[in-house]
Design a protein around this ligand. Structure first.
Ligand code: S3P
Length: 177
């Protein structure tokens, strides 16, 4: 059915990008259910490879090292097997990562407006760059800087006020075209 059509194209994976709180992991799980493909969460892979949590990496080794781990983890993924891939919100900052993501498949930007993101991030823990650890103005400014980067994605899918399953179905339908 649908997924076999998608696999006939050169775009094997569905790669989800977007700001913190955009729903990459949640939509990724729904897409994995819909497609039968495995979900790979890049942050979880980094934690596994490094044997430390994301906050510990930021605190002990710094953001620059975390960004290096992100690229290494991305490079370690095999481009032969189709997967659903949920990325951390900052993956879009390095041009090298775009080449690696595009090699894997179709890059989808889960777009949400600032009010949606702010509400979803309220009370969030375990995110060194989110409001618990920084001012809202700082986080909003980071989001504004990143929007043009996210917009380099192959597809843009809006998530404001929408159910997770509806978003997942739209991605699934559009990614196979
Ligand atoms: C980050 C987002 C986080 C995680 C790390 C840095 C960012 O992932 O990779 O804390 O720079 O936006 P989520 O987008 O899944 O929260």
């Amino acid at each position: 059915m649908l997924i076999s059509n998608m696999c006939k194209t050169s775009k094997k994976a569905i790669v989800l990008v977007g700001f913190m709180g955009a729903g990459k992991s949640t939509v990724g799980r729904a897409l994995a259910n819909l497609s039968g493909l495995p979900l790979v969460d890049l942050d979880a892979l980094i934690v596994q490879l490094q044997g430390r949590t994301i906050p510990a990496i930021f605190a002990e080794q710094g953001e620059a090292t975390f960004r290096r781990y992100e690229t290494e983890a991305l490079r370690s993924l095999n481009d032969a097997s189709p997967i659903i891939l949920a990325m951390g919100g900052g993956i879009v900052g390095r041009q090298e990562n775009w080449q690696l993501m595009r090699r894997l498949g179709a890059v989808i930007y889960l777009r949400a407006n600032w009010d949606t993101l702010r509400a979803r991030l309220a009370g969030s823990t375990g995110r060194p760059l989110a409001p618990a650890d920084r001012t809202e103005a700082d986080v909003k400014s980071l989001w504004q800087q990143r929007v043009p980067l996210y917009e380099q994605a192959d597809l843009i899918v809006d998530t404001d006020g929408r159910e997770v399953d509806e978003v997942a179905r739209e991605i699934f339908r559009r990614a196979k075209d």
